[in-house]
Design a protein around this ligand. Structure first.
Ligand code: CA
Ligand code: CA
Length: 391
């Protein structure tokens, strides 16, 4: 017997067996891979306001002001939530309860809410927020008090206008939201941080700080209510756990996007460009999580007694990026105003908006943090995603 006639079929058999084993042993992907880019659809709404990412579940959420869209990581539209007339702004996903949290404004009603959306039940297009139980809201009286303050004491609140001396700290409402540690800490319980919108107004000096409220949401299930727009409810925490200030100079509508990055242990604030020539008017600012707030003067905010400045819990900007020598303000000229979401490993999604009125599009692109001015975020690669997966 020619040995070749024996060994060749045996070798083939062994090869086939090893191949079969190799195939069987190849682990099925446990989690979907986050995409490098995604198109968030075109909607008959206002522009995209913010995004949230569920890394474990593999979903991206887009706030289009009056519509919430849910896409999976493959780009398939999973569902939309509609049916409110208010302004849904920035979003964040809370992995501890699987819900999306977003800022929601009704300026005419002086009503400002955090919307809590049970996105596990957002499974088809056109779910009506008003009649479904997946959309609930928590009222924030602290915001309403600052927004509606008759600050110039003429007995009249001027309403939703920028050109007035009313609105404490220039408060126009709320926008940026993010979960993260208590300011001054990198560990411990997670709080929901809600950032004020601030009107652009160059004629006053008390609007040069961003205002950040931290809330313990532990008992929010008790005060969350369905939203009836015809009679807005006032159920919510009397006070935040903490109220903090950071001096960036006045920016148009305050913090648009707020995001806590666990990797750098930093808070990021994306803004629309400010209009005061005395400030550098950067587009992106950062706060180191471990920097403790200081009880300090809020420069430009007159004290109630008329002497000196009001005091508050002041946060300082991270010592990184561009520096404005006149004011000491640090930051970057990086657009981060309609969607900014870190996903770990130094990677961030950035959204851009395009389209015309009533036909708005949002697209996200994954970026990698370099911190280098002028472009601290550069487009990420497939290798960056593999590194994230391997962590
Ligand atoms: Ca916004
Ligand atoms: Ca007034």
């Amino acid at each position: 017997m020619n040995l070749r006639h024996f060994f060749v079929p045996l070798a083939l058999l062994v090869f086939a067996f090893v191949s079969a084993c190799a195939t069987a042993d190849t682990p099925a992907p446990s989690r979907p891979l986050p995409p490098l880019t995604q198109h968030g659809g075109t909607w008959p709404t206002s522009h995209v306001q913010g995004i949230a990412v569920d890394l474990q579940g593999g979903y991206v959420y887009y706030s289009f002001t009056t519509l919430l869209a849910k896409y999976d990581f493959n780009g398939k539209l999973v569902g939309t939530l509609v049916g409110w007339a208010g302004h849904l702004g920035d979003l964040d996903f809370n992995p501890r309860d699987g819900r999306v949290y977003g800022s929601l404004e009704y300026k005419k009603d002086k009503a400002f809410y955090v919307a809590i959306i049970d996105v596990s039940r957002l499974d088809h297009v056109g779910i009506d927020a008003a009649t479904s139980e997946i959309f609930r809201t928590v009222y924030l009286p602290e915001v309403a008090n600052d927004y509606a303050a008759d600050l110039n004491g003429d007995g009249r609140f001027d309403g939703d206008v920028a050109n007035t001396l009313d609105h404490r700290y220039g408060c126009s409402g709320i926008d940026g939201v993010s979960f993260g540690p208590e300011f001054g800490h990198t560990d411990g319980p997670r709080y929901l941080t809600v950032a004020y919108g601030i009107y652009a107004n160059t004629a006053r000096t008390d609007d040069d700080h961003q205002v950040l409220l931290q809330y313990d949401i532990g008992d929010w299930d008790r005060c969350a209510r369905p939203l009836t727009e015809a009679s807005p409810h006032r159920s919510g925490p009397n006070e935040p756990h903490g109220k903090f200030f950071v001096r960036t100079g006045n920016t148009t509508y305050g913090v648009q996007n707020l995001a806590y990055d666990e990797t750098q242990q930093r808070w990021f604030m994306g803004v629309y460009k400010g209009t005061k020539p005395s400030f550098p008017n950067y587009l992106l600012f950062a706060i180191d999580a471990r920097t403790p707030p200081a009880d300090a003067d809020l420069v430009g905010v007159p004290a109630a007694g008329g002497h000196g400045f009001e005091k508050g819990k002041l946060l300082s900007l991270a010592a990184d990026g561009l520096v404005d020598t006149a004011t000491g303000i640090r930051g970057w000229n990086q657009k981060a105003d309609v969607g900014l979401q870190p996903i770990g490993g130094g990677l961030f999604y950035l959204a851009v908006n395009s389209g015309t009125k009533g036909k708005q599009t949002g697209d996200i692109t994954l970026h990698r943090w370099t911190g280098e001015p002028p472009a601290p975020l550069v487009p990420a690669t497939a290798a960056d995603i593999q590194r994230l997966r391997a962590r």
